[in-house]
Ligand binder design. Structure first.
Ligand SMILES: NC(=O)c1ccc[n+]([C@@H]2O[C@H](COP(=O)([O-])OP(=O)(O)OC[C@H]3O[C@@H](n4cnc5c(N)ncnc54)[C@H](OP(=O)(O)O)[C@@H]3O)[C@@H](O)[C@H]2O)c1
Length: 254
């Protein structure tokens, strides 16, 4: 199958392209660095020719409210239009567990807009809701740092390794469209503040992490279960400590 991966140079996209090729598919990594831009339409018609599936794992270069909304609205509109012209039969998009509960956040309003456009289009689709990536924990500390301390709400979350996300997206992309949302999550639950503290400790980052029930998560108020998937979620296999050991080893090798 020809499968075009939009955002194929990114964290998830690059892993996904490798996995799809290992399974014998013609996987095309498409992004501005390879001449395909979903904001301008550059390279899209050419890349989508003969494609059965398009997987959108792109992300906005800016997370500022207006910029991120513009990114997901424009890129999704362009993609769906070019996919209809090319006769693509399955649009797969990666989004986040709890997106519909996080509309106070500009980033999540943009993901809600992206999902709405996909659901309203005529193209069969699968939306994958993944929990936070382990790789994202340091960025979560950065966006939650007030210049003195990292403040995070001590709510539950169930993050997962990017590699497991890519495997799940690959399985869904090569199956039939579900015309709905599939949830994927990690194998263990943690408290957000606790895991970010452990990640910073492993990175020898001296910033103190405070459990603050009033702190926002990416600009949104969250409660105990806002970030955790439901009972039917597919679970990744990589435990946090295993990932930590593997990523430390990869860092040493690099
Ligand atoms: N972070 C989390 O914990 C989390 C959890 C669940 C779901 N997600 C979702 O996962 C998705 C992928 O995240 P990621 O961390 O893998 O992203 P990433 O590493 O930041 O990669 C972003 C990708 O988007 C591409 N891109 C940027 N502008 C583009 C454009 N105009 N046209 C086409 N491609 C463009 C980039 O291409 P270039 O390299 O060529 O610039 C890059 O390949 C996001 O949609 C996010 O919402 C994230």
């Amino acid at each position: 199958m020809k499968i075009v991966v939009i955002g194929g140079s990114g964290l998830i996209g690059s892993k996904l392209v490798i996995k799809l090729r290992e399974h014998g598919h013609e996987a095309i990594a498409a992004s501005p660095s390879s001449g395909v831009n979903t904001l301008t339409g550059e390279g899209l018609a050419e890349t989508l020719k003969g494609a059965s599936v398009v997987v959108d794992v792109s992300n906005s270069p800016s997370f500022e409210d207006a910029a991120v909304l513009k990114f997901f609205e424009t890129s999704t509109r362009n993609l769906l239009t070019y996919e209809a012209d090319a006769g693509v039969g399955h649009h797969v998009a990666l989004s986040v567990v709890g997106t519909e509960r996080l509309s106070e956040s500009g980033y999540f309003r943009a993901k809600i807009a992206q999902e709405k456009m996909i659901k309203n289009s005529a193209i069969p689709y699968s939306i994958v809701h993944a929990t936070q990536f382990f790789e994202f924990l340091k960025s979560l500390a950065d966006i939650s740092f007030d210049g003195d301390k990292v403040r995070l709400p001590p709510v539950l979350f169930q993050p997962m390794a990017a590699d497991d996300v890519a495997s799940a997206v690959g399985r869904i992309a090569t199956g039939s469209p579900v015309n709905g949302t599939v949830e994927v999550g990690g194998p263990e639950q943690f408290r957000v503040d606790d895991l970010v503290r452990r990640r910073l400790h492993a990175l020898k980052d001296p910033r103190e992490v405070i459990a603050d029930p009033k702190a926002l998560y990416s600009g949104a108020k969250v409660s105990e279960r806002t970030l955790v998937p439901g009972n039917n979620a597919l679970l990744g296999k990589t435990a946090f400590e295993t990932w930590l050991t593997q990523s430390a080893a990869a860092g040493v090798a690099a």
